[in-house]
Design a protein around this ligand. Structure first.
Ligand code: PCA
Length: 218
């Protein structure tokens, strides 16, 4: 069957670390089905080493999206954080949702030390700030399941030579998670949804521009 619409795959995680919700999935769930003519495919990913990568890479193989944007919670951060890089390390401070806690392990042996995300990180952060929502480019996605997932996704795309752009965004706690906690940053869900839409539009515009000037993938 012929592919009619361009597609963006957007993922969010299940709650972890004792939290009842994960704002990353709340945001993804609330996104429209269509953004700037791109079909929005949504996937809820378990906060587990291994399984998170296999689930998302399977979805990529099946859907062949043009863009992949994974979201995760970074409790304590004050801004929407567009990640620049993923590193080839699992080093877990807490166990994942299946009880695994890898320390100082490589994610993949036959892989580089790091991958740069291939979305326009600065334009995405700026697009969110233009909506009056605090946003930044971050130079570390940590060494837990979020970094693990985006590293695995970028490695899969590189290995398969897919013409797919992929990136990651960490999001703060949503306000309901910090009720009764002192000095912990949060944003409201509507603000984070608006911000994410703006970031997605920036990613789509960038891809359309690049393709218009000659179809380069990187
Ligand atoms: N945040 C974790 C994993 C799942 C999530 O939402 C992280 O930053 O690694």
């Amino acid at each position: 069957m012929q592919k009619v619409l361009n597609t963006i795959l957007v993922t969010g995680f299940t709650p972890f670390g004792g939290e009842k919700i994960n704002p990353s999935w709340q945001i993804v769930k609330a996104l429209p089905e269509l953004i700037k003519g791109y079909r929005v495919e949504k996937l809820r990913v378990p906060t587990e080493f291994g399984k998170s990568i296999s689930l998302v890479t399977k979805a990529i193989d099946k859907l062949k999206p043009d863009i992949v944007l994974c979201l995760g919670q970074a409790g304590g951060r004050a801004q929407m954080s567009v990640e620049r890089v993923a590193i080839n390390v699992n080093d877990a401070r807490i166990a994942d949702n299946a009880g695994a806690q890898p320390i100082d392990e490589a994610i993949a042996d036959d892989a580089p030390a790091a991958y740069f995300c291939t979305l326009p990180v600065k334009a995405m952060a700026q697009a969110m700030m233009d909506q009056h929502i605090p946003a930044e480019v971050s130079n570390t996605a940590g060494t837990f399941v979020c970094n693990h997932l985006i590293f695995g996704v970028l490695h899969h795309i590189a290995t398969k030579r897919y013409p797919i752009r992929a990136g990651f965004m960490h999001v703060p706690f949503v306000d309901s998670q910090v009720v009764g906690r002192d000095d912990v940053a949060s944003l409201t869900l509507p603000a984070m949804i608006e911000a994410t839409k703006a970031a997605i539009i920036a990613a789509i515009s960038y891809r359309e521009d690049i393709n218009a000037i000659g179809g380069a993938h990187h």
